[in-house]
Design a protein around this ligand. Structure first.
Ligand SMILES: [Zn+2]
Length: 158
């Protein structure tokens, strides 16, 4: 490392430090001289510093709240967009009374279900298939029992 460069560097850095040290020493002396005025002055300065810090914190708080609000709105909008784009779910198992459609060979929801009693005495639920219109009948106890007047609740029957 060239001595001239390092010498200049040291000098240029050292000079301000020396000036700062001198100022600090002077300040100490000044403060010592006016000891009575010092607490109020210090407190005032500290107060202003803390108030500035509080203002900064409040500022950050407000900014974060705005960000959070924005993010929430964006989330709601995205949910709506996704819901609109998402294909309708495959028709799953029917929610209401269901029966097996013999024509289509699959379970369907019963349209206009009505409780009936089969020739063998079992309670059943009869209605119409919603897609092909065939008459559908179910004797599933849970389904039949779900409709008033269905008589399948009685274990002696099965
Ligand atoms: Zn059908």
């Amino acid at each position: 490392m060239p001595a001239s460069v390092s010498g200049r560097t040291v000098r240029s850095v050292a000079a301000p430090i020396r000036r700062e040290e001198a100022r600090v020493a002077e300040g100490k002396n000044n403060r010592r001289a006016s000891d009575a005025a010092r607490p109020a002055k210090e407190t005032g300065r500290q107060l202003r510093r803390l108030e500035r810090r509080l203002a900064a914190v409040r500022d950050t708080e407000a900014r974060r709240e705005r960000q959070l609000e924005k993010a929430r709105r964006r989330g709601v909008a995205l949910e709506a967009t996704i819901a609109a784009l998402r294909p309708a779910p495959e028709p799953g198992p029917p929610v209401g009374p269901a029966a097996y459609c013999l024509r289509e060979k699959r379970r369907v929801a019963i349209v206009d279900p009505e409780p009936i009693v089969l020739r063998n005495g079992r309670a059943a639920l009869a209605g119409t298939c919603p897609s092909c219109g065939a008459r559908v009948v179910t004797t599933a106890r849970a389904t039949v029992g779900a409709v008033p007047d269905g008589r399948s609740g009685d274990p002696a029957e099965s």
